[in-house]
Design a protein around this ligand. Structure first.
Ligand SMILES: C[S@@+](CC[C@H](N)C(=O)[O-])C[C@H]1O[C@@H](n2cnc3c(N)ncnc32)[C@H](O)[C@@H]1O
Length: 228
């Protein structure tokens, strides 16, 4: 992938406690078109990054993941399909503030993140307050976040975070394919989605916004076990 023009893999020293050279410049300098920027966090093989880029040529998409072998699939697909509005960034999500400027992203997709059910790992959940605060920094005001998951516990936990902080929920379903799809793009199935669907799990979907500057806090530090 070192030769792929659509994969950026910054050395640790260029993102650790320092701003990466592309911060604030993705739209104009990397993509060269000034179009809105959408991120897929924990993109794995990048199915959403590629499908979204195909569907919305007037937007730019970056799939973020730490695992290069997985993103190779999406990066190769995007290259072969000549999708010049799709790219991949190989970093830990914890470093997104080093890579993206305030308000630089207009939307975030989080697709089948590790549910991290253990109480001690709340801060590792991609919808924990720790991560929402990072997103709040790089998202444009009231930018949209999409969460697709098979995990009941992560879905309920995320709902609790949203309700506790009174964050506007735009769409919420615990069984996406048994309800009216808000957008046909939601029928795209990732590698993990296919795996869990085959095991009989229903797919949950949440769409919400993050008001700028709002202080956020964890509901109670406990993993919820009951449906709200
Ligand atoms: C369960 S997989 C889902 C992959 C893909 N979205 C899908 O649905 O098939 C979770 C992905 O998130 C990535 N990931 C988890 N935590 C991460 C972090 N802190 N920084 C970067 N990537 C992370 C993993 O490397 C993995 O590819």
């Amino acid at each position: 992938m070192a030769t792929y023009p659509n994969v950026v893999s910054p050395p640790f020293a260029e993102i650790f406690r320092t701003d990466y050279l592309m911060k604030g410049r993705w739209k104009d300098d990397f993509f060269g078109n000034g179009h809105p920027l959408v991120l897929e966090l924990g993109c794995g093989k990048g199915e959403y990054t590629v499908a979204l880029a195909r569907k919305y040529p007037e937007k730019n998409f970056i799939g973020v993941d730490i695992k290069g072998a997985r993103m190779w699939t999406g990066a190769t697909d995007a290259l072969q399909s000549k999708l010049d509005n799709a790219a991949f960034l190989r970093i830990r999500i914890e470093f997104i503030r080093s890579c993206f400027a305030s308000g630089e992203a207009s939307e975030i997709w989080i697709t089948f993140p590790d549910p991290q059910p253990q109480q001690s790992r709340i801060n590792k959940r991609l919808t924990s307050v720790r991560f929402l605060e990072l997103y709040q920094n790089i998202l444009r005001p009231n930018g949209i976040i999409h969460l697709k998951t098979d995990s009941e516990s992560l879905f309920e936990y995320t709902r609790r975070v949203l309700l506790h902080n009174r964050l506007p929920i735009r769409w919420c379903t615990s069984d996406l394919y048994r309800s009216a799809l808000p957008d046909e793009i939601l029928s795209v199935q990732t590698y993990y989605e296919k795996m869990f669907t085959a095991k009989g799990f229903s797919i949950k979907y949440l769409q919400f916004t993050l008001p700028p500057g709002q202080l956020l806090c964890e509901p109670d530090g406990k993993t919820p076990e009951t449906t709200l």
